[in-house]
Design a protein around this ligand. Structure first.
Ligand code: HEC
Length: 158
């Protein structure tokens, strides 16, 4: 009787180990790819980001990433127009984690904006998954000249 219990315990332990190993195998690369640098040299990522940009972002940020007119001047409702995403804007001043956060949730007071801040930037976490957001950001980054890319990579890895 005692032997059977011991055997069962060994089998259960082995199964638990197997489950952990499988989970690590599946989620390990996923987790690391979710937190790693979004690489604008990744051609397939950039290519998949372009149609997402044109569908979800271009209406405000411009088909050529040029942003809205007079984007530095607040509108009569106190909100800012959409800034350009090319090198003339300040998207490249932010780390990947910040760009992901803003695209997922918009500008959140106390997180990515001052308290009480109101913004027209929509939240995309219900429309786009993290892979799609990484792709759209890779597409945006691919428009930047080398200097801005290098600087933004530094900021991301700090
Ligand atoms: C309805 C218009 C609108 C759409 C559509 C839109 N944005 Fe925005 N976005 C804005 C506005 C306005 C701001 C400036 C927010 C502010 O400071 O109040 C902004 C700011 C941002 C910023 C911060 C830029 C910086 O330099 O601080 C990022 C990143 C961004 N948007 C990404 C995206 C992405 C990616 C998409 C598409 C998936 C998108 N936006 C779609 C209006 C829009």
């Amino acid at each position: 009787m005692a032997r059977t219990t011991k055997k069962t315990a060994v089998i259960l332990a082995a199964l638990a180990l197997l489950a952990t190993a499988t989970a690590l195998l599946i989620y390990g690369p996923l987790l690391s790819s979710q937190s790693s640098y979004i690489d604008p040299a990744d051609k397939s990522l950039v290519a998949s980001g372009k149609p997402i940009y044109l569908t979800y972002c271009a209406s405000c940020h411009g088909a050529n990433l040029e942003g809205q007119a007079d984007w530095r001047i607040r509108k009569s409702n106190g909100r800012l127009p959409a800034p350009p995403h090319d090198e003339s804007g300040h998207t490249w001043h932010h780390a990947d984690s910040v760009l992901m956060e803003i695209t997922r949730n918009g500008l959140v007071p106390g997180v990515t904006a001052p308290e009480g801040y109101v913004s027209d930037m929509p939240a995309y976490s219900k429309l786009l998954n993290d892979h799609q957001i990484r792709a759209v950001l890779a597409y945006i980054k691919s428009s930047w000249p080398k200097q801005a890319r290098d600087r933004q990579k530094q900021i991301t890895q700090q």
